[in-house]
Write a protein that binds this ligand. Structure first.
Ligand SMILES: [Zn+2]
Length: 213
């Protein structure tokens, strides 16, 4: 099962992709993580990725695509994958189609998690991430037991650089600019399915599972 999970920043893509990874036994490929790992490794594409991420811009297509190509060639992706956070533009979708054709692994489903913009801002701005283990908390909806400290490992909770007010506004604007064309692109190919992301994540997950069966 090869799935692309789409939705605005803050729509809950990561939560759903992790759940699919656990239950379907296929790897979650999150381009945000791929890019941050490349940025941390300090390679040339990694540095390009870092600059774009910090500014809330799209990372250059060739950089992202190369990282995805490498990831899809790893053995655990042979039986399928849940791709999250990519593609983010029609140009990326076209380049991704070319890559998938080359690998002879067409997509099965594109699932869009719908959520209105006024619900996205508070979700993104209140988000705190453990600097050690990566666990995600939220100032209001999922506060840690002790403020600023990870429940899982005791690490320090920080706001991701791309969750700052300025970066959030740019991410939402970038999303709004590219999403309609991207959704059209996959709708025309008969691959696109929508779920309502405003409900509890368990209900969203049930809806996604129903679309996959
Ligand atoms: Zn932690």
């Amino acid at each position: 099962m090869r799935i692309v999970l789409m939705g605005a920043p803050g729509s809950g893509k990561a939560t759903q992709a992790k759940q699919l990874e656990r239950t379907l036994g296929i790897p979650r490929i999150a381009t945000g993580s791929l890019l941050r790992a490349a940025a941390a490794a300090g390679t040339a594409p990694g540095q390009q990725a870092r600059q774009a991420l910090d500014a809330g811009h799209l990372v250059p297509d060739d950089v992202v695509l190369e990282l995805i190509r490498e990831r899809l060639r790893e053995p655990d992706a042979a039986g399928g994958f849940v791709l999250e956070g990519f593609p983010r533009s029609v140009a990326q979708a076209q380049a991704f189609d070319t890559l998938l054709a080359e690998l002879r692994t067409p997509l099965d489903r594109v699932i869009q998690i719908d959520m209105p913009e006024d619900e996205l801002r508070p979700r993104l701005l209140g988000r705190r991430v453990c600097s050690d283990c990566g666990a995600v908390f939220h100032a209001e909806s999922r506060p840690p037991r002790e403020s600023g400290t990870c429940d899982v490992c005791g690490g320090e909770l920080v706001r991701r650089r791309d969750d700052s007010q300025d970066a959030v506004e740019r991410r939402l604007a970038t999303y709004a600019e590219h999403a309609p064309g991207l959704l059209d692109y996959y709708a025309q190919r008969g691959l696109l399915y929508h779920v309502n992301g405003t409900r509890d994540s368990e209900l969203v997950y049930d809806e996604i599972r129903a679309l996959l069966s």
